[in-house]
Design a binder for this molecule. Structure first.
Ligand code: ATP
Ligand code: MG
Length: 344
């Protein structure tokens, strides 16, 4: 197909850039330019042309298709420890049981909707959300939702390994951040920066000011230049307020994952006890589990079910659940006390 759409040719500048990328063997640039040509056609309402071009380009780059078993050119490593900077999950975890409160779900559905309608948005010069900050208490679905998005878009999940990313050697952390972004640029994935607050602490933090500034600045820079149309960048944090405001401004959306409501606790318990005979009221245990995260509720239920099995009973009793719940509440109270002491 020499001519594209309604007698209109792709502009010479784009073609030159495309040829240059080919000449330089720069796969990433080639793909980016090709994608922008497709986006131009979508914007001009040339849907058929865009479809043909997209089919010709394919979803995987040449490098990804013929690369390592990870489907990627070699994953970056810390040059001192040799540890990989990120772990790739080719099969995202099942997210069928994900339960979200209405407002969180609405934000996630919006992300999905925007990406599904990327062409429509492009026609008006907008891009779908691709940089998300998930924040909220531990065990309330941030990581699970990252996998859920990956399932939706048939993407792998890349989890950044903080232990490798954060180096005690000056300058290495900043370089690692860029390398990780480059990988997500090169290969479509959901890239998850867990505990992003630990690399993006407020620049006013008094410790190691020089190095911290450098790290935050390199994260800012990497976020600014990150433009991978098929990847989704997710930062996750338990303490949004620790994040440098300049960082969280750079996210396209900040999504809160709160502790589960009584109704969600009840739904979650029902789901987990599906197929198990339970002598008690779901509502009552859901009420008693107030203040627990999904992950903690899950732990209580698993322990209670295990007790049932070990005691050779065919039925789960409210007493078994209560016993495990009491233990969990004691643990939660002890951690709270510890945290208060640390803060003082
Ligand atoms: N919203 C939810 N719906 C269903 N299950 C959940 C939800 N949140 C957490 N869980 C259960 O708890 C486990 C841990 O949750 P997840 O890893 O998503 O927590 P998180 O918010 O990422 O926590 P952290 O801040 O500690 O990383 C999940 O694998 C799942 O079994
Ligand atoms: Mg997590």
């Amino acid at each position: 197909m020499g001519r594209v759409g309604n007698g209109q040719m792709t502009d010479v500048d784009s073609l030159q850039r495309l040829f240059r990328a080919y000449r330089d063997d720069n796969d990433v640039a080639f793909r980016k330019i090709a994608e922008s040509i497709i986006a131009d056609h979508l914007a001009a309402n040339h849907h058929d042309v865009a479809k043909h071009l997209r089919a010709a380009l394919g979803t995987e780059s040449k490098k990804q298709a013929s690369g390592t078993s990870a489907g990627l050119t070699a994953l970056p490593r810390d040059r001192r420890s040799g540890e990989q900077l990120l772990t790739i999950y080719h099969e995202p975890a099942s997210s069928e049981h994900l339960l979200l409160d209405a407002s969180t779900l609405a934000r996630i559905d919006r992300v999905i909707n925007e990406r599904r309608n990327a062409g429509k948005l492009a026609r008006y010069g907008y891009a779908p959300k691709s940089k998300l900050l998930f924040w909220g208490p531990p065990g309330c679905g941030k990581t699970l939702t990252a996998h859920h998005l990956a399932n939706h878009f048939n993407l792998k999940v890349g989890v950044v390994r903080l232990s490798a990313l954060i180096s005690s050697y000056l300058g290495d952390t900043a370089a690692h951040i860029q390398q990780v972004f480059d990988i997500a640029q090169e290969s479509p994935m959901v890239i998850l920066f867990d505990e992003i607050d630990s690399i993006a602490k407020n620049r006013d933090d008094t410790r190691d000011v020089g190095e911290l500034k450098r790290v935050v600045n390199s994260l800012l820079q990497a976020m600014d230049t990150f433009a991978a149309p098929d990847s989704i960048l997710i930062g996750a944090s338990n303490h949004q307020y620790l994040l440098d405001p300049a960082i969280w401004r750079r996210f396209d959306d900040v999504i809160l994952f709160p502790m589960p409501s009584p109704q969600l606790r009840c739904d979650f318990i029902k789901h987990h006890l599906n197929g198990i005979s339970f002598k008690g009221s779901f509502d009552t245990i859901a009420r008693k589990m107030s203040g627990l995260s999904f992950a903690q509720i899950e732990q209580v239920l698993v322990e209670a079910i295990k007790s049932m099995i070990l005691e050779d009973r065919g039925q789960l009793t409210p007493q078994q659940v209560s016993a495990e719940l009491k233990y969990m509440q004691k643990m939660v109270a002890a951690t709270e006390r510890e945290r208060t002491l640390e803060d003082e």
